[in-house]
Design a protein around this ligand. Structure first.
Ligand code: UD1
Length: 416
């Protein structure tokens, strides 16, 4: 099994190019079940999650190919098997978003219920309530969601929480429904805006994406399209965190500063200098960072995916910070790995208190999930000695050429 070995390397410098957004491409791939034909996607990262989503499309009867780096072609035939098996949904929870589009196009769908994961319990009740409001009948049978509807009918949906996945499932169901759907308290993430752009290009009528109210006029059919993905803001944040921890000055080519306003502001409070530049984003950490309190919230708040990166930064910052995780209650489990590296972090429910240390101490640790894995690698940049991060396959789920990109900035990281 792959592991990453990290040693402190001094200040980082150079340019790193950010890949297309993982959390966007997975949903766009789900949207390709909505209409038959050939789709061309550009700026698609080569990561395990994209390969798994491809496996799911193939299991349903589609074909996928990679004609050139960054490109992905999907051929969606007229008939598909509208099913998502346990092995694939269990590996990657995001695949639950095929439920809405399968139901909308084929009038039936059978998708495995995802299990829990390292973030704790991750229910899908809001996804199912949204589809029920659009007229679907839904049963839970032998671990599967079985959904049926002759034709979905537009309706007014109010989400209890601006869930990204539930908003996406509802959008992809509503585009082929009869009449108009209004989603209140919709998620506002940039990936939702990208999905709406993709659907509109396919012939859908989606208004208001990026705001809390999304309106969708259902159409009878859609057509395949060509689309370039937005850049991955979480990946860009990872390289910001790297320079924050190791020091130095870097350029993150392809990053969209307008997708990262609050993070840039927070990191500024910690003492980083970050500004938009023609390539994307320029960042410098002139001195050891100062601790600030952070709290995750739905977009435009600080993303829950930034949190492990921020905790790693705070672990070596000057001062004490209170970190509050408001999205996933179980998302502090990886903190024990940082503690093994000498970090002073105490958790209590959805809060953590981080007392910054000048240096951490290299240790064998484990990647719990994509972002927590990246966070312990970055912590290793400021840990005396050697840090070995095992279970690096978690990092490969979401980061394209992570080791190469870090090495390109001068970091001392190897894959073994
Ligand atoms: C979430 C993040 C997203 C991140 C992704 C991967 C938020 C709002 N969403 O998206 O930014 O990229 O994880 O890490 O930060 N919930 C329910 N019932 C449901 C659906 C969700 O109770 O049917 C709850 C979840 O348990 C969670 C919250 O709502 O507490 C947000 O979940 P949701 O946005 O749906 O999660 P993801 O789509 O996985």
């Amino acid at each position: 099994m792959a592991a990453l070995v990290v040693r402190p390397s001094g200040p980082l410098e150079g340019t790193v190019t950010v890949s297309g957004a993982k959390n966007s491409v997975l949903k766009l791939l789900a949207a390709t079940v909505l209409a038959p034909g050939r789709y061309h996607l550009h700026n698609v990262p080569e990561i395990a999650d994209v390969a798994w989503m491809g496996d799911l499309l193939v299991a349903m009867g589609m074909t996928t190919s990679r004609p050139a780096p960054g490109q992905l072609v999907v051929d969606s035939p007229a008939e598909l098997l509208p099913e998502a098996p346990y092995e694939l949904v269990e590996k990657m929870r995001a695949s639950i978003v095929v439920l809405g589009p399968l139901l909308a196009r084929f009038g039936r769908a059978r998708v495995s219920l995802p299990g829990g994961d390292d973030f704790g319990s991750r229910p899908i009740d809001m996804h199912l309530d949204a589809l029920r409001s659009l007229g679907a009948s839904i049963e839970l049978v032998h671990g599967f969601v079985e959904a049926r509807a002759e034709r979905l009918r537009g309706a007014r949906l109010g989400l209890d929480f601006p869930s990204v996945g539930a908003t996406e499932n509802a959008m992809m169901a509503a585009v082929l429904a009869e009449g108009t759907t209004v989603i209140d308290n919709a998620a506002r993430e940039p990936e939702i805006v990208d999905l709406a752009a993709f659907l509109n290009r396919m012939g859908a009528v989606v208004r208001g994406a990026g705001s809390s109210t999304i309106e969708i006029d259902g159409v009878h059919e859609l057509h395949p399209v060509e689309h370039t993905l937005i850049p991955d803001r979480i990946e860009a944040a990872t390289y910001l965190a790297a320079v924050g921890i190791a020091g130095g000055e870097i350029t993150i080519a392809g990053a969209r500063p307008d997708h990262m306003d609050l993070l840039v502001h927070k990191l500024g409070q910690m003492g980083m200098r970050i500004s938009p530049c023609p390539e994307g984003l320029w960042a410098m950490a002139p001195r050891r960072l100062s601790a600030v309190d952070v709290s995750t919230l739905p977009y435009p708040g600080l993303a829950t995916d930034y949190m492990p990166l921020l905790v790693a930064m705070l672990a070596v910052a000057d001062g004490v910070a209170i970190v509050t995780e408001n999205i996933f209650s179980g998302r502090f489990r990886y903190v024990d790995e940082l503690v093994r590296m000498g970090a002073d972090v105490r958790t209590d429910g959805h809060h953590a208190i981080v007392r910054g240390r000048q240096w951490l101490s290299g240790a064998p640790v484990r990647a719990h999930d994509i972002r927590a894995g990246a966070a312990v690698v970055l912590a290793g940049l400021r840990a005396q000695g050697e840090t070995t991060v095992s279970e690096a396959h978690h990092i490969d789920r979401g980061y394209e050429r992570f080791v190469e990109k870090l090495r390109g900035l001068g970091a001392d990281v190897d894959r073994v």
